[in-house]
Unconditional design. Structure first.
Lengths: 103, 308
């Protein structure tokens, strides 16, 4: 029987919206699972939440949102990366095998 | 035109089919960054091509065997006969499409055989090929040729319509796992999808039981890319610069096609895209006053007041 310890693991959700507000519509998303599948997943086929606020209501904690950066002169009409990015986390406590500690 | 007793040129002139694109198709490409032609390559050629793609994959870097053309080779000289890939590149339908975008004498940039084994799980991140572009309006085309059927869900190329005119670094796109409105190719054997070189795209896993093959070739223009398509319908579709969604519009025009808003765009993205589409259309048509929804004309008119 192997020894285990309780460990906090993080899930990260990126949402990109079509406006700078947390209640703007979600247009892109990405999910990274530090729990190795022990925590709940998010769907692949459609946005998991309609807005960032919906993610908050489902237990996600906001870590970061994009700064609003004015365009550089002559770049006013150039698009680049998706502009309005919100990063969320949620944490789960899982049992993981104890690591052997070497002196 | 009358018939009568005069020389009837239509009876004696050899019948040739113009395979160049229409203005409507070109405007769609400018808007979406791609255009697809389902089952445009004949079945027997598709079947022979898979064997040749297999050889090219195996022998490209081997001491001997089948090699791709040198970069810069005129398209007409690529893969001389007998070659299924060369036969495909010289199909009149393909040449008409290619000519519409990059003129009659493009050169070979590079090609690649994309081969994904059955049950392969690697998810290629979203990317653009090569490096971040300079800000001129010229463009290359990339032809994606699918020589066998790709069923929905079988993992054909993923791409994001309307992403081609953005200025990004390729690696910066890695984080976008899902974008609303993105597509994943599915279609019949012999389908060719033409990409603007800036379109965001990625290879996908192959959940099926058979090998998946695709041939991609990038072509460079050697002349300005101005009015190489069949422009017979251009006078009817070319809207005047006054065409403005908040004033008056022509109901059927290039501007109407440029008003396509993709589901992943913010309103600012969308308006900026309209500006970029209008700029590209100015280059393609040689019409330096072209505009959609007054964005460029408004700014240019005010700037002229300062300059004088």
């Amino acid at each position: 029987m192997s020894a285990t310890s309780a460990q906090q693991r993080q899930q990260i959700l990126h949402l990109w919206a079509n406006g700078s507000s947390l209640d703007s519509g979600v247009v892109a998303w990405a999910f990274h699972d530090g729990t190795d599948g022990c925590g709940p997943a998010v769907p692949d086929a459609s946005p998991p939440y309609t807005t960032g606020v919906d993610a908050l209501r489902d237990g996600w904690m906001l870590l970061q949102s994009s700064q609003l950066i004015p365009p550089l002169p002559t770049h006013e009409h150039l698009n680049s990366y998706l502009e309005y990015e919100f990063v969320f986390e949620r944490r789960f406590t899982i049992d993981s095998p104890l690591q052997e500690v070497h002196p | 035109m009358g018939s009568g007793g005069r020389g009837t040129a239509w009876q004696t002139r050899p019948m040739t089919v113009d395979h160049r694109l229409t203005t409507r198709q070109m405007a769609s490409f400018v808007t979406n960054g791609f255009i697809r032609f389902d089952a445009i390559v004949p079945a027997d050629l598709n079947e022979r091509a898979i064997d040749e793609m297999r050889r090219l994959e195996a022998e490209r870097f081997a001491p001997d065997g089948l090699k791709p053309p040198h970069t810069g080779t005129p398209l007409d000289e690529c893969y001389p006969a007998p070659s299924a890939i060369g036969e495909y590149l010289r199909l009149p339908q393909i040449r008409g499409i290619v000519e519409s975008f990059v003129g009659p004498d493009p050169t070979f940039d590079h090609d690649w055989t994309h081969h994904v084994q059955p049950h392969a799980t690697y998810v290629q991140p979203l990317h653009v090929d090569a490096i971040t572009d300079s800000d001129d309006l010229t463009f290359d085309v990339q032809l994606f040729w699918y020589p066998h059927d790709v069923a929905p869900g079988e993992g054909g190329t993923r791409f994001v319509p309307g992403s081609h005119l953005r200025r990004v670094r390729s690696s910066g796109l890695d984080r976008y796992q899902h974008i609303a409105g993105e597509q994943q190719f599915a279609g019949p054997a012999g389908t060719v999808v033409v990409f603007h070189h800036g379109l965001w795209h990625a290879g996908q896993p192959n959940p099926g039981d058979r090998d998946r093959w695709m041939h991609k070739v990038r072509l460079n223009p050697t002349v300005p890319q101005v009015r190489h398509w069949n422009t017979d319908d251009l006078p009817d579709l070319q809207n005047p610069p006054s065409d403005h969604i908040f004033a008056r519009i022509l109901p059927d025009s290039v501007a109407q096609i440029f008003r396509t808003m993709h589901p992943w765009m913010s309103i600012t993205d969308y308006r900026n895209e309209q500006v970029q589409r209008a700029r590209l259309w100015r280059y393609l048509t040689g019409d330096t006053t072209y505009d959609v929804d007054h964005y460029l004309t408004r700014l240019e008119g005010r700037a002229a007041l300062v300059d004088t």
